[in-house]
Structures are given as C-alpha cells and as structure tokens.
Design a protein around this ligand. Structure first.
Ligand code: FAD
Length: 393
C-alpha cells in the first residue's frame, strides 16, 4: 500500500496545475492518468497550438447553473497569472483574435512547461492507470488499481468531461461524485457542430465548405463570428459557440449580413444599377454559392433590381437578417470540445473546490458544472480551479 498526501486523478490541464501547486506546498503528490501521456487535450487543442487563455476572460464567459461560482477561482488565478507563467518559460505566443492567446510554435510547449513545473514540485506521475474503485474510511481515501492500492488524505478529481472518448475521456468523475453523494447536473456535448434535419441535408450539403461572417442566435444569446456549412450540418466558431446555448428543438437564427442593413443596401443598388439582377447584387455581400442556394430555396425571386418594391426589398432583408435553421441535433461527444453540466457547484466550496459534504475530496476543471465559451476560456477555468484546489488539498 502506497501512502500519499494528495492523489490527483487526471493529468490534463486542471490536474497538472493542481498537482504542481500542491507539490510546491511540500505535499507528497501523485498524479494518475489512464492514458499513455499527460495533457493529451492540451496537445491537440487550438489546432495543435493551444489557445491557452483569453485576454478578456471574465465570469460572463462561462455557463453554470450558479453563475457566481467561478468568480472566486478566476479572480485568484487570472489569465495574467497564466500569461506570466508562459512568459517565465519563454514560450512565444500571439493573440489570434478576440483576445485568444496561442503558442507561436506548438501546444507541446505548454505541456513541457507544466511537466517542468511538476518535476520541480516533485510531483510523481503514474500513467496508464485503470482505477477500479475508491473508498473512504477514517479520513483516508483508498484508490484501487488492479496492481496496487494507494492511500491519500486529499483526493482531487480532474478527470474532465465526456468529449473525445478516443482520447481517454470517461465518466469517472461524475460516477465518483455520485458515489460520495454529490449531485451531477445533466450532461450534454457543447462547442460542437450542429447537424441537419434529413431534408436540409439534401439541400445544404451541396454548399459544404462555404463560410461567412454571421451572428448566430439561440435562446436569447447571440455570437458574431464565422459560420461554416459542412456535409453534416453547420459549424464554425459562431455555431460552436451557440451550440452551448442551443437545446434540441430550438431554432438557430442566423443573420447572414450582420454588418449591412440589407434593405438600405438593396435600395442603394437599385438606384445605382436598376437593371442588375437581385442575385448579382446579393453576391457582392454573400458567397456566390450561398446566393444560388437561397435563390433555389425561393428566399428571393431573381429579377432586375428595378422590379423590387419597398415591401419585397424588406422581405429579402428580413429573410437574410433572420434566416431560421432547425438543427436536428449535435455531432455529440465524438467532436465536441467540452461537456456542459457536471458536478453541481452547490456541493462545492468556490474558495477551495472541496466537496462540502466530504472532507478531502476536490473537483476541478471540466468535471465541474462550469463551461467556458470557445476562445481559451476552458483552459483558463482548468488552470484557475486547479490552482485554487492546489492551495488547500
Ligand atoms: P482534461 O484535459 O480532459 O483531462 C482529464 C484527464 O483525465 C485526461 O488526461 C483523461 O485521460 C484523464 N481521465 C479520464 N478518466 C480517467 C480515469 N477513469 N482514470 C484516470 N484518468 C482519467 N479549451 C481551450 O480553452 N482552448 C482550446 O484551444 C481548446 N481546444 C480544444 C480542442 C479540442 C479538440 C478539445 C476536445 C477541447 C478543447 N478545449 C480547449 C477544451 C479543453 O481541452 C478542456 O476544457 C480542458 O482540457 C479541460 O481540462 P481538464 O483538466 O478538466 O480535463
């Protein structure tokens, strides 16, 4: 039987950060993972360059049943703290858009930085571990694997969500939470492409590859970013973002020309080029293949601009400023970046991430019901919640 002060389950972003901080405090820390290497999601994130935080990160960028829960951790370990760590390790990075920070070279730089910090903090790492059970008695947790039982006073669960099961994602953290009497809020895939209804697939798959800047709205929330038509449905940042707010059965309302008042645009074009066809005018603003498709769908009638009257002009503008898609569903955990829902924050201390009803048991990162927008927010939550737990576990 091995004895540890702290066992952290899950060597992803949150687990690594927590293990480092606990190790720095002189705690004897073991970091366990079921995979062959640490930080697998970090390595494949941001197209291999890891969007490791966001300059504008604030609690408003997160979804949670309790919007206030994430505030404490995010303020105590902010984006500026993580940026300082990246700078300390001389990792080159840049802002891509909207405050999103990426490595110049490779996400490997972030994993290597964390491994160097873990080594300096004397964190032990055990990979390819299959946990068969966890029990608690007399203030001590026993973590069982087929080869070995290990004991610890603090058990930190950083096993992430359900997305990308082929990268080692499991429901371990959710099951363990329930085992110890914590509530787990319903789980669903988020930051995920939306799929077509069968009828729409036949119509829109022909224009897969077309992308355009839009605003996408669902349930009163709106994101201005790019949207991409794919063979399976809609994707691109605007759709990934809105997928976190979309529920089965909801419409997604897309403004295809968010920067332009189409009514005004058509009136100006009519004056300047009365003989020009409507589709030619629209193709000045929208991708040509999309305009052809909208014509086929009879969203507008192709005629010389001079034939448009104020009412028909307004109709075209309304249709394109508020085009309604009715997705069938999402691509699910196979391609989702994150899992919404998870361990109910009501059962956790926002100051320490410890379970209120179970001393010594902590939950951090994506396993908790805190989900960030696309753009580096999810890693910032992982760093912040991991850092906080690392101060107490
Ligand atoms: P994870 O990083 O998922 O780590 C959990 C670890 O626990 C894994 O190593 C897993 O193997 C291990 N584990 C699971 N079950 C067990 C078990 N039973 N026993 C032992 N170990 C177990 N977010 C951003 O902010 N920026 C990005 O650029 C970005 N890009 C992404 C790209 C992709 C393709 C994906 C899928 C996600 C991306 N995300 C991004 C989201 C981000 O990766 C996650 O939110 C973040 O990794 C969560 O950190 P975590 O430590 O909580 O969980």
């Amino acid at each position: 039987m091995q004895q540890w002060d702290v066992i952290v389950v899950g060597a992803g972003a949150a687990g690594l950060m927590c293990a480092i901080e606990a190790g720095k405090r002189g705690r004897k820390v073991l970091l366990l993972d079921n995979g062959k290497r640490v930080g697998r999601k970090i390595l494949m994130s941001g197209g291999g360059r890891c969007n490791f935080t966001n300059l504008y990160c604030s609690p408003e960028n997160f979804l949670s049943q309790n919007q206030h829960f994430c505030k404490s951790a995010l303020s105590r370990y902010s984006q500026w703290d993580f940026i300082a760590l990246v700078q300390q390790h001389a990792i080159a990075y840049h802002e891509k858009a909207l405050g999103q920070l990426f490595c110049d070279d490779s996400a490997k730089d972030i994993v290597e930085m964390l491994l160097a910090e873990a080594k300096a903090a004397r964190v032990q790492i055990a990979l390819q571990q299959q946990i068969s059970g966890v029990s608690f008695a007399d203030g001590v947790y026993t973590v069982e694997t087929p080869e070995l039982n290990r004991q610890c006073h603090s058990l930190v669960i950083a096993s992430g969500g359900l997305s990308l099961p082929n990268l080692g994602a499991t429901g371990f953290g959710f099951q363990l939470a329930e085992q110890f009497g914590l509530k787990v809020l319903p789980l669903r895939a988020a930051l995920v492409p939306l799929t077509w209804q069968p009828g729409d697939k036949a119509v829109f798959e022909e224009i897969s590859g077309v992308s355009l800047p839009v605003t996408a709205a669902a349930n009163g929330t709106l994101f201005p970013e790019d949207m991409l038509f794919t063979h399976r449905g809609l994707s691109g940042p605007a759709i990934l973002q809105i997928s976190s707010y979309w529920q089965p059965g909801d419409d997604v309302i897309v403004n295809m020309a968010p920067q332009t008042d189409l009514n005004e645009f058509l009136a100006t074009q009519q004056q300047a080029h009365p003989e020009q066809e409507v589709k030619t005018a629209l193709a000045k603003l929208l991708p040509k293949r999309l305009v052809e498709k909208l014509l086929e769908l009879q969203v507008f009638v192709n005629q010389p601009l001079k034939a448009l009257n104020p009412k028909s002009m307004q109709q075209i503008a309304n249709s394109l400023h508020g085009y309604i898609f009715k997705p069938n569903g999402t691509e699910g955990y196979r391609t989702a970046e994150v899992t919404i829902g998870g361990v109910d924050t009501d059962g956790l201390s926002s100051k320490t991430m410890e379970a209120k009803n179970q001393p010594g048991l902590y939950f951090i990162g994506e396993v908790v019901d805190v989900t960030g927008w696309l753009g580096g927010y999810n890693f910032q939550w992982a760093w912040a919640s991991g850092w906080v737990a690392g101060q107490y576990c």
